[in-house]
Write a new protein. Sequence first.
Length: 651
Amino acid sequence: MIAPMEKLLVAAPKGLARELLRALQEAGVVHLETLRVEELSEYRLSPEELAELRGWEGVLAGAEHTLNLLGEEPQPSRPFPEGLEAAQKALAPLQTQAEALLRERQELEEDLEQARLFSEAFTRLAEMAHGLDESPRLRVLGFLLSEKELPRAEEALRAALEDRFLLASEPLGGRLAVVVVVHRNDLEEARLALSRQGIAELKIPRYADLSLSRVARALREIQEKAPRELSEVREALLKLRREATPTLKALWTRAKDEVARLKALQELAAGRFGLALMGYLPQKEKPRVEEALARFKDRLVYAFEPVDEHHEADRVPVTLDNPPWVRPFELLISFLNTPRYGTYDPSRVIALFFPFWFGMIVGDIGYALLFALVGRWLSGFVRRGEPLVVDLFALRLKPEVIAKLTQMLRWMVFWSVVWGVVYGEFFGTLFEHLGVFGTPEHPGLIPILIHRINTAETANLLILISVGFGVLLVFYGLVLRAWLALRHHHMKHFWEGLGYLGGLTGLLALAYAYLGGVSASWVNLLMLLGFGVFLVSVLASRMWLMIPELPTQAGHILSYIRIYAVGAAGGILAGLLTDLGFALAERLGLFGVVLGILVAGLLHLIILVLTTLGHMLQPIRLLWVEFFTKFGFYEESGRPYRPFKSVREGA
């Protein structure tokens, strides 16, 4: 449900602003609202406050930057106890040392990579030069060429220098190591001739002025010394990380709170001597605010006012207040839209029907156990406080998000097991083959209540159950539409909701009479009454498009058949895979048993991976589309509730 909110108004002396905001930040439940009134101007930060804000912003950015350099995430901790100047002095050496070590590590890693790539080539070229690269009169150029490039290079040199050059080549790693010896006066002409052919000399920029022999020696020295130096730098970084992380997190925490308080000052309205503050808070949190403000005694006045959901709904922030078993499912709403204050929170409907339908679709005890293993694996991230990073999708899930996912997964596993017992499915027909589940034709220890894969006998029942869910959810959504519209005096939408209720009632009565061959008077009366309400509502609302839209609304009810269709297809496929394994065992003996287990197990795993996303999307789509659109969930957005609180409160 949407938590009932109240408005908080505070008037206080201007000199009390910082202390007041500190108290409200510690309470952590007031959503501050920018207050602008004609009688008061906005609160303007003094030059001292502006300088302090810039200083704490610098500490915040520096601490976060340094933590990132050290491979740590900024996380709340005990705040740094001293003031801004002390914080800046504590941060500066840590940031400088971290940047210097990171820069040194990067340079050493680049040097090692260059040495790995080019040391062999320069060593071979230096050997081929036979010391001529140290001659004061001669110049030696080194290249790595393909077999096709070598004739072009020789031809270009001959055209430019005639016979005033020497060229030698040797194979090297699938290419040719080539040296060209020229007189120093012909060096630039040789380079120009080769560059016209797109042939570039092998050079390392930092060693561009050295001979081939000296470059080879320099690269060998790097390979000998750099690993030890790199190891020392990495050890220094690890030591700095261990020693500096607590201080950096303390600085980050303190700076985050100080910046938030200083910026919050600009939300206030102020006169020459006084200030005014406005905010919203959940009704149940009033005692916390009263306790926070009690310390000021007679130095300020405050009042709580009820909010007007009819005229202030667009300004009132929204927070949800649901039982613990519902809260994880709020995740499936939060990224879509925030419901407007005074409307409807569908969290309970999602928490009830999404895992239930997922279980109805999967309906396999074996698959449920695999999902349980996934949940246990995810719980490990929560226990360790680690994020889950999926590089393939650039996905990073925080531990608190993973915790919600695992709680949802528990309900999904539970209902998958329940429906698996109802359907008698354990990796398809495995338990049927083993005599655990049985039918009248093939008795077992536990009778199968609904043999889903026997579509001839159970299809009608499961389709009716699925359509029944459609009737329930679509009608409930339309009732919500009419009720919310009437509550907020939006009569056009009231008639829309009522009209669709009547029209769908008429269509259902018509379908029942026609398909069931029923001619009872009460069915005819219900049909006429429903269509009558629909026509009256169309006239009252003047929404003529309701007439062609009525079949679409009926189609939304039928859309729930996908619960049965997707589930039955998955159940039949799982049964076929298990039957394949048993067929191999029967034909090939012991070898067939091993092969059947491997083949069936692998195919089950592949099918589960490929179909799981669809099994989750089908039920959630029925809620997001067929249900949410009925009561106008996407038509109006609310403001998320963001309480003014310490960063430690969100940890």
